[in-house]
Design a protein around this ligand. Structure first.
Ligand code: IPD
Ligand code: CA
Ligand code: CA
Ligand code: CA
Length: 259
């Protein structure tokens, strides 16, 4: 009987090889629901190789994957897949993109992998067993001085006009003089909080495949992740705040000050 952890590793490496093979090469690009929301041929190739590997070992496990949606729905095991997180970066030859795969068991995150093959960075976490970058243990930063925190965020392609636009929240952080970056891959943003490069990350409207693996990686690295009410987080939440734990309350305050 194959181990879930080994299959996860095999799938992430196989997808990473495909992403690397096509990176800065030529591939078909299509538009989804808006002109800048892209999907490439490589997203689909990556997704296919991952799903084929999962099905080979665990044909009855449930799968949620960005491009094909939900497959099989009755298993206690659920694989949550983003075949390329950072597709716009990938399409532009920017090496900040990755494959992200999380595995849940009975609705609890068990494993997470985020692999950026261009930087050869393989982030891995197992529930109650720590978080790792290329097999070395990682932990969140120890920064408690919010005024010198380094942050990262992202923006959705579309936004309901009735709600305060995320740019206004971004503005509040910038007006405080804080360095805020926008990398374009939520999974990498989370991992870079987990390994201490960033002290905090927030974003609205992410999907489960963007955050499933990164969520566990942040938690296992000693970080804190909640929704914008500061409540317990679920990978299906539409508000994500992940920090080193020490600047969480300050970030929450700035995000929600106008609500
Ligand atoms: C996107 C990235 C980006 C975030 C978008 C996501 P995709 O995922 O994670 O950082 O701002 O909201 O949709 O489409 O490249 O897999
Ligand atoms: Ca996408
Ligand atoms: Ca994504
Ligand atoms: Ca994607």
């Amino acid at each position: 009987m194959a181990e879930v952890r080994d299959v996860l590793n095999e799938a992430a490496h196989a997808a990473g090889s495909i992403i690397l093979e096509y990176f800065q090469g030529s591939f078909r690009i299509e538009k989804k629901d808006s002109v800048n929301n892209l999907v490439t041929e490589v997203d689909k190739l990556s997704e296919k190789v991952i799903i084929d590997i999962i099905k080979k070992y665990f044909p009855d496990h449930s799968i949620i994957s960005e491009e094909v949606g939900e497959l099989m729905q009755d298993s206690d095991y659920q694989w949550i897949i983003d075949p390329i997180d950072g597709t716009v970066n990938f399409a532009h030859g920017i090496p900040i993109c990755c494959v992200s795969i999380g595995v849940r068991y009975k609705n609890e995150m068990l494993y997470g992998v985020v692999y950026n093959p261009m930087m050869d960075e393989f982030f891995f976490a197992e529930k109650d067993n720590g978080a790792y970058l290329n097999d070395e243990p990682i932990s969140v930063s120890e920064k408690s001085d919010f005024e010198t925190a380094c942050l990262v965020t992202g923006f959705p392609y579309k936004w309901p006009v009735s709600k305060e636009h995320p740019i206004r929240v971004f503005e509040r952080f910038i007006m405080q003089g804080l360095p805020v970056r926008r990398l374009g891959s939520a999974a990498i943003d989370l991992c870079w909080v987990a390994c201490g490069r960033f002290d905090g990350f927030w974003e609205y409207n992410l999907n489960s495949w963007d955050v499933a693996a990164g969520y566990l990686i942040v938690q296992e690295a000693g970080g804190k992740i909640t929704n914008f009410q500061g409540e317990q987080y679920s990978v299906f939440d539409k508000e994500t705040l992940a920090t080193n734990g020490l600047i969480h309350d300050e970030m929450l305050r700035l995000i929600t000050v106008h609500e």
